[in-house]
Design a protein around this ligand. Structure first.
Ligand code: BGC
Length: 262
């Protein structure tokens, strides 16, 4: 594959989809800022894999829900790399509960990371891109990590689904606002990708069987499935793609119950 001569910031890059994306970009020779919140070992593993693949990276701890920490993180990317081209706005968490039992803390913790965190990181990226000179070419690229639950309702996970539904309109409205400045904004909505966040489901044979009923393509996804979409969206091959969500979900959003419904 051709080298991707870009500098990228990946939030939540110490595990799962964020790690898979950071490593895939690193293997294409990108410079990567690896953000993590609490898993320093995971971030080091991401850096090791990037270096092994020929890329370079730095590790930066920050809680994406805290404004000052986000601002410092983007300042660091500018200092170390002289700027950046792509934000993979990935950090996200689940804290599940039924609605009547859901505490305000479970609600705000998820919204702070998944929605406010994506707002804060996108805002710093856009501020940086807006400051670049006009050359007629793309100035920067923001890729939001959403979820199939930006359109599939999810009982027992209402805080999470609300955060992802919010990302959908945050992404589209922002894409509209900054497209005239040659800044590209899109989203990826993964389905069931085997990571720590849903290990409880895919590691249990009975639950896995139930999950596969929701995936027409009959396999659980891998982080590299999402990374391939991110690489395309970050590249100039998708230059004319603006405000779009790519569903990387094995068909989960296709109403799978209708597959043999007469
Ligand atoms: C969630 C996973 C879930 C998947 C499909 C993702 O956004 O984080 O836990 O398996 O959606 O339901």
């Amino acid at each position: 594959m051709t080298k991707l001569n870009k500098t990228i910031v990946v939030t939540g890059a110490s595990s799962g989809i964020g790690q898979g994306i950071a490593v895939a970009f690193g293997q294409l020779g990108a410079n990567v800022l690896i953000n993590y919140h609490s898993d320093e070992e995971g971030a080091k593993e991401t850096l090791k894999q990037i270096n092994d693949g020929g890329g370079t990276g730095i590790i930066h701890q920050a809680n994406v829900g805290i404004e000052e920490e986000v601002i410092s993180m983007f300042d660091r990317a500018k200092e170390e790399f002289g700027g950046f081209d792509v934000l993979i706005n990935n950090a996200g968490i689940q804290q599940d509960n039924t609605f009547s039992k859901m505490s305000l803390e479970e609600w705000t913790t998820v919204i702070d990371t998944n929605l406010t965190g994506q707002f804060l990181c996108a805002r710093e990226a856009i501020r940086h891109f807006e400051g670049k000179p006009d050359t007629g070419k793309v100035k920067g690229n923001v890729i939001f990590m959403s979820s199939v639950h930006d359109i599939i309702p999810w009982a027992g996970h209402i805080n999470y689904a609300a955060s992802k539904g919010g990302i959908l309109m945050l992404m589209k409205s922002l894409a509209l606002e900054v497209a005239p400045q040659k800044i590209r904004v899109n989203a990826i909505s993964p389905g069931a990708i085997a990571t720590d966040i849903n290990e409880e489901v895919w590691s249990d044979e009975t639950k896995k069987k139930e999950l596969l009923k929701l995936i027409p393509y009959q396999r659980i996804g891998e982080a590299k499935d999402v990374a391939k979409a991110a690489i395309w969206l970050a590249s100039d091959d998708s230059d004319y793609v603006i405000g779009t969500t790519i569903y990387v979900d094995g068909g989960m959003t296709l109403y799978p119950g209708f597959v043999d419904n007469g």
